[in-house]
Write a protein that binds this ligand. Sequence first.
Ligand code: FES
Length: 156
Amino acid sequence: MIETEPVSAVQDAGTNQVEVIAFCCNFCAYAAADLAGARRMQYPANVRIVHVPCTGKVEVQQILAAFERGIDGILLAGCLEGGCHFVEGNLRAKRRVEAAKQVLDEIGLGRDRLRMVNLSASEAPTFVARIQEMVETVNALGPNPLRLPGDKERAK
Ligand code: FES
């Protein structure tokens, strides 16, 4: 992981009912998030951007650990298929996301709390739209039932 601070995107208050992590690859999704910030586009403030070199660096264990700690939803945002700067990192991530979704189904959390999207660096509006869709989905699902009192603070 490179850093966990939000990019310079201007975020509105949004709804703070749930917390979502967006793992953004350096070359496309993070650049799109940065562009959204430069354009002063807004997306919900309850999304935490985690800057990763490539979505292929995100392991199933990391995803499940975040859910165990009480995060409500996770989005992996990477390069377009065929456009990963680590050749097939995003394809590896796609397989890992599917594996994690199966676990989420098995433990009753549900696969809809996890999603992967692919976009190019120039797609700031797409980035914002995918973030908003994810937050809406997770808001509809409600808080992570695994979260215990205090878990949200420990996850930070
Ligand atoms: Fe973007 Fe691999 S470098 S997903």
